[in-house]
Write a protein that binds this ligand. Structure first.
Ligand SMILES: *Cc1c(COP(=O)(O)O)cnc(C)c1O
Length: 399
């Protein structure tokens, strides 16, 4: 069982086809991955914004390895130092409150939704305003929260308690508020929705609107958190603080982990028995997350993401000039989208043939999420490969 074609055939027979994988990967190091036949790729998906410190970073590997050989899991029936130390670290970097740990982004958002409902319960408030084209996960509550019909289709009846507004349009949020509204939930940069950054005017306006209307402001940082946008957390690109936010993807470098991080005012609402997770915050994921944070600090990756994001956007912007089918380059830090007039999938496939892995975000946005410790030479190589892919697709039709 080592050839790509055999593995794909086995998937076909035994794994539900919720995804449509296009290549087989068998090993990785830094920003490079290999398939079983030995072909290497530059990985600008990074496991979908998971490997912010690159594949198999030796510090993270060692931390996981040592912990799993010491105490792999102990459940939350018992204290364990690593979970508390991780919570302290996340709290001090952000809201100075408390954390709850779980295993995925959807689950972290479920926890945030439950916390908001609990906060509003006595006043009969439960409805959360989310944004069109948002993405919050695949559980029933989080597909209801997600403002995209395509993720909801076929799964109704959906849980009630969500209303939708237009992203970056403060008036549309204002119009969606009613006596049941408890919170507004946003992504600082919409990821799956097409790499769309929130505007400062919108976020600052939202904070003010929430304060005036007695609503919580919630941020889903599952994709844009952990240094990705050139700040530790995407909301730190703006002069505001949310009341709570969620993390997952990059948090523990691929060891499944989600977190809900709350402000002090929300930190003591959950009482024993009200919310739980068997694996949540287990020692292995907690030490992995702390190792990730060590690496981000030691290698100054937050600043690196900001600086290299600028370089990358500059490099890609040349293609907007060159091809009429390339409409725009946008993003924040190393969360970058190339908007094309046509199927993004076509560009993703052409890039893969050139040796660069990237992914689509919606129909027409090619999304790049390289490891934050990418080297300049690798970034330049990636820009060249995107150029070759675009030339192959759009070259003859050049304006
Ligand atoms: C990926 C993602 C989620 C869902 O995370 P899972 O770990 O797949 O459940 C939620 N919100 C955002 C913004 C995401 O990008």
């Amino acid at each position: 069982m080592s050839k790509s074609t055999d593995i794909a055939a086995l998937f076909d027979q035994y794994v539900m086809s919720t995804y449509a994988p296009s290549a087989t990967l068998s090993s990785g190091s830094g920003c490079k991955v290999r398939d079983p036949e030995g072909k290497t790729y530059l990985d600008f998906t990074a496991g979908i914004a998971v490997h912010n410190v690159g594949h198999c970073h030796p510090k993270v590997v060692k931390a996981i390895h040592d912990q799993v050989a010491t105490l792999g899991h102990c459940s939350n029936l018992f204290f364990n130092a690593s979970q508390a130390l991780l919570a302290q670290r996340l709290s001090k970097l952000s809201l100075n409150g408390k954390c709850f740990f779980c295993n995925s982004g959807a689950e972290a958002n479920e926890a945030m939704i439950k916390l908001a409902r609990l906060w509003g319960h006595e006043k009969g408030k439960f409805e959360i305003i989310t944004m069109q084209n948002s993405f919050h996960g695949r559980t029933l509550a989080t597909i209801a929260a997600t403002g995209q019909a395509k993720v909801q289709k076929g799964f109704d009846p959906l849980p009630i308690g969500f209303a939708y507004a237009e992203f970056n349009n403060l008036e549309s949020v204002r119009a969606a508020i009613n006596e049941r509204t408890v919170a507004v939930m946003i992504e600082a940069v919409q990821g799956e929705g097409g790499v769309v950054p929130a505007t400062e005017e919108f976020v600052v306006g939202l904070r003010k609107l929430c304060d005036e209307s007695g609503l919580l402001l919630l941020c889903d940082e599952v994709q844009c958190g952990m240094g990705r946008t050139g700040k530790w957390f995407g909301w730190q690109n703006f002069p505001i603080k949310p009341d709570a936010f969620t993390l997952a993807k990059a948090l523990a470098d691929g060891i499944p982990m989600g977190a809900l991080v709350a402000s002090p005012a929300l930190s003591d609402l959950f009482k024993p028995g009200m919310h739980a997770s068997t694996f949540g915050g287990n020692p292995v994921s907690s030490v992995a997350a702390m190792a990730v944070m060590d690496v981000i600090e030691e290698e100054a990756l937050v600043k690196h993401a900001a600086d290299f994001g600028t370089l990358f956007v500059e490099g890609l912007s040349a293609f907007v000039e060159k091809y009429k089918q390339v409409l725009e380059v946008r993003g924040k830090g190393l969360m970058v989208g190339l908007v094309v007039d046509g199927p993004a999938k076509e560009v993703v496939e052409a890039c893969r043939e050139m040796g660069l892995l990237c992914c689509a975000a919606g129909e027409s946005v090619v999304r790049f999420l390289p490891p934050l410790n990418i080297k300049e030479s690798d970034l330049e190589e990636a820009i060249e490969m995107v150029g070759d892919a675009l030339e192959q697709l759009y070259g003859e039709e050049e304006a």
